[in-house]
Ligand binder design. Structure first.
Ligand SMILES: [Zn+2]
Length: 96
């Protein structure tokens, strides 16, 4: 039996330091000093999301029949393709 793996819905998370860098960049034109400091302080107070880096992979066909697929992330072979690798959990959906 093939195990069913549910790929979690994609949510958007941002990098705190990248956000702060953008606020600093905008502050030179659009924000006054107090607004800038307030937003930067708020960015530091917001708790970090509990996320893991997404491992992405792709299926490659191998073998004479083309019915064997290899995960590009872990090199494990399977007789089928799934949305994520059953071995390593790599997300096999193409990025949009
Ligand atoms: Zn894998």
């Amino acid at each position: 039996m093939i195990a069913a793996f549910k790929v979690p819905e994609r949510k958007e998370h941002i990098d705190r330091e990248a956000f702060k860098a953008e606020i600093r960049r905008l502050s030179t034109h659009y924000l006054n000093e107090w607004d800038t400091l307030g937003v930067l302080a708020a960015a530091d107070r917001i708790p970090a999301a509990d996320v893991r880096p997404v491992v992405r992979g792709a299926w490659r066909r191998i073998g004479k029949t083309g019915r064997i697929f290899v995960c590009s992330a872990c090199d494990k072979t399977f007789p089928y393709k799934t949305r994520c690798c059953p071995n390593c959990g790599a997300d096999m959906r193409e990025e949009s």
